[in-house]
Design a protein around this ligand. Sequence first.
Ligand SMILES: [Cu+2]
Length: 342
Amino acid sequence: MIRSFYQIASDGGLLEKPIELTRLLLSPGERAEVLLDLSEMAGDSIKLMSFASELPNGIYGAAIPGMMAQMSMTGYNPNPLNGANFSMLTLNVIAPTSNPVTVIPSSLVTVKRLNASDANLIRNLTLNPASMGMNQLNGDFTISNTPFDMNTINHTIRLNDTEIWSIRNMSGIAHPFHIHDVQFNILDRNGVAPSASEMGRKDVVFIKPQETVRFIAKFDNFSDSITPYMYHCHLLTHEDGGMMGQFVVVENLEVADIFKPNKIKFKVYPNPASDYLNINFNKIVNLESISIYDVRGARVFFEEYFEPAREYKLNYDLSSGYYRVHVNADTEHFIKKLLINN
Ligand SMILES: [Cu+2]
C-alpha cells in the first residue's frame, strides 16, 4: 500500500500549506520536511522508499545515467541500486504519545515571492561538460565553461540588488545547482512555473539535461568586497572537479573614497596613475602595509614597510581600471580610490 505524506517545508523554510504527495524528487543538497499521518497505525511499520525505476534518463540513480543511452559511465553498471526501487528506512509505529499531533494544518505561513519585474539584472549561466560528446559523463563539468579558480571572482553583485539567474544545462546529465548567501524563488523551468513543492524558499535547484531554470534572489545583506560566496553543483565529484564559481556582494560597483576621521592625511599621486604610485603623508608615519584591490575585490598588490617615513613609492604592473589603495599606518586603516590608465 502506498501512503501519502505531506511536504511542509523546502530548503529555506515552510511552504504556504502542506502538499499531499506520494513522490518527492530530492537531489543531493535539497531538503524537505514532511508530516506523516500515523493515526491507527500503532503496531504497523512503514518504509521510506526510493523509486529510482521511475527516474527518467539523465539523472544519477536512473537505469541510464545520461540523457541518451549511448552516454555510458565507467563504473555505473552493474550497481544494483541504479534504476531499482529499494527501501531506505523502516519506521515501526508504536502507541501514541500522551499528547499526539493529530491534525495536518491547512495553512502554514505566507511565502513572500519576488517578482521577475523587480529584477535589476539577469545573469545567464550554463552547465557544461568539460568535453562534449558521448563520453562526457566520465569527465569533469564546469559552470559557464569556466573551471573553478580560487583567484577569480566570477561575479560581482551590488548589495540590495534583485537578480534573476538563468541557468541552462547544456550537459547530458542533471545537476543540483546550489548558491550560498541567499534563498531564492524558482521562477520557471523551460518557461513553465514550478510545482507547488518548489514554490517556497530554496537554495538548491535540480536542473535536468537541456533544461533552463530561472530563479530570483535579493542580495540584501552581508556585503564584503573581499570574501566571496560560492555557487556550485552539489554533486561532490562535480564540485571537486571544478563545477563551482564565486561572487562578491559589494556596496558600490564604483569604488568610492572612504575616510575615517583621523589625524593623518595622505594623497596618492599621480592619479590617474600608470606603473608607479607615490603615497604622501602629512607627517612621518609608521606605515605597516599597502594593498591594492581591483573592483572585484581581489588583492593585486601587497607590500609591507617598517621604516617610518612621509613618502613611499610603489612600482607595480597593473592593467587599466579602477582600484582601491588600502593603507595601514599608525594602527589605522585608510582607503583611496585609484585609477590606473596605461
Ligand atoms: Cu553536477
